[in-house]
Design a protein around this ligand. Structure first.
Ligand SMILES: Nc1nc(=O)c2c([nH]1)NC[C@@H]1CN(c3ccc(C(=O)N[C@@H](CCC(=O)O)C(=O)O)cc3)CN21
Ligand SMILES: CC(C)C(=O)C(=O)O
Ligand SMILES: [Mg+2]
Length: 274
C-alpha cells in the first residue's frame, strides 16, 4: 500500500547479507517485536529493519507469566499475521520452548515458520543447541542465536536477572557467542548482559548482535512492542524499557522516534543498561 505511494521511495525486503552489511558499515539494525498485521504495517511504515514474532507473545498477548506455554502453532499463527502486514522489514520467528530440543523437531518447526513467511528463526542458548544450529544451518535455514538472559530458562534461572556479571560467567558468554557464530548463526540477540561485555562480544564476532538491556555498543537494538508503547502495566518495568509513545504523539510517531533514537545512538542511554 505504502510501497507504491509516490511520496515514499520504493523499499525492498531486507536480506541476511544486507543485515551483515549493516554491521560492516556501522548502521544500526532497528528491531521490534510484533504479533499482528495492523502493528506490522505501522512498524514497516516507520522503517523498522527487523521484526521478531517473539515468544514474549505468551506474556503480552496470552497473559501468562512466562514464555513457556507458547506453542509452535501459536508462533506460526502470529507469523502469518505479521507477514501479511510487512513489506520491507526482515521477519524473524522465535522457536518456542522445546521446539528446538532436538535437531529434527527444530527443523520441523523452522520449516513451518519459514513457510508462514519468516526469513529466519531464533533459538535460545548454546550447549546442545550448537548441534541444532549446525543442523539447521546446513539445511539453509537462517538462524538468530540468543544468549544472556534466555527467558525459556526462567525456571532454572529463578527469575529474569542480568547474566554474565561475574568474570567466569562473562568468559563463558563470550565463548558461547563465538561458538554459535562458528556453528552457523547469522545473528545474535544479547539480552540483559553488562554493556561492557556486550561491546566485547560485538567486537569479537562477525555476525551482527542485537541488544536488549545490553548497552549501546550492539549492532542493533530490540524492544518488545508493548514496552515501547508504555503498556507494561502490572509488572515492574525492566531498566532497558523506554516508553516512546509518551513523546512520540502517535503509535507511528513512537516507532519513528525509537528508530531515530537507535540510529543516532541516543537510545539506549546509560540509564537503560547494566
Ligand atoms: N513485555 C516484555 N518485555 C520483555 O522485555 C520481555 C518479556 N515481556 N517477556 C520475555 C522476556 C522477559 N524479560 C525480562 C523481564 C524482566 C526483566 C527485569 O526485570 N530485569 C531487572 C534485572 C534485575 C537484575 O538482575 O539486576 C531490571 O531491573 O531490569 C528483564 C527481562 C525480557 N522479555
Ligand atoms: C525480547 C526478544 C528478544 C524475545 O526473544 C521475545 O520477544 O520473545
Ligand atoms: Mg523470545
Amino acid at each position: 500500500m505504502y510501497a507504491n505511494d509516490s511520496k515514499t521511495p520504493a523499499r525492498t525486503r531486507l536480506t541476511v547479507p544486507a543485515l551483515r552489511q549493516m554491521k560492516a558499515e556501522g548502521r544500526r539494525i532497528v528491531s521490534l517485536t510484533a504479533y499482528d498485521a495492523g502493528f506490522a504495517r505501522s512498524v514497516d511504515e516507520a522503517g523498522i529493519d527487523l521484526v521478531l514474532i517473539g515468544d514474549s507473545l505468551g506474556m503480552v498477548c496470552q497473559g501468562h507469566d512466562s514464555t513457556l506455554p507458547v506453542t509452535v502453532d501459536d508462533i506460526v499463527y502470529h507469523t502469518r499475521c505479521v507477514a501479511a502486514g510487512l513489506s520491507t522489514a526482515f521477519l524473524v520467528s522465535d522457536l518456542p520452548f522445546q521446539a528446538d530440543a532436538t535437531p529434527e523437531r527444530a527443523l520441523d518447526a523452522s520449516t513451518r515458520c519459514l513457510q508462514a513467511g519468516a526469513g529466519m528463526v531464533k533459538l535460545e542458548g548454546a550447549g546442545h543447541k550448537l548441534d541444532v544450529i549446525r543442523f539447521l544451518s546446513e539445511r539453509e535455514i537462517p538462524i538468530c542465536a540468543h544468549l544472556g538472559l534466555t527467558p525459556q530458562s526462567v525456571l532454572r534461572l529463578g527469575g529474569y536477572k542480568v547474566q554474565g556479571r561475574e568474570e567466569a560467567a562473562a568468559r563463558k558468554l563470550l565463548a558461547d557467542a563465538k561458538a554459535v557464530a562458528a556453528a552457523g548463526a547469522d545473528l545474535l540477540v544479547l539480552e540483559c548482559v553488562p554493556s561492557a561485555l556486550a561491546a566485547e562480544i560485538t567486537a569479537a564476532v562477525a555476525i551482527p548482535t542485537i541488544g536488549i538491556g545490553a548497552g549501546p555498543s550492539c549492532d542493533g537494538q530490540i524492544l518488545v512492542l508493548h514496552d515501547l508503547l508504555g503498556m507494561n502495566s502490572g509488572h515492574r518495568r525492566p531498566r532497558f524499557v523506554k516508553d516512546f509513545l509518551a513523546n512520540g504523539g502517535s503509535i507511528l510517531g513512537a516507532f519513528q522516534a525509537y528508530a531515530a533514537a537507535v540510529r543516532s545512538g541516543e537510545f539506549p542511554g546509560p540509564e537503560h543498561g547494566y
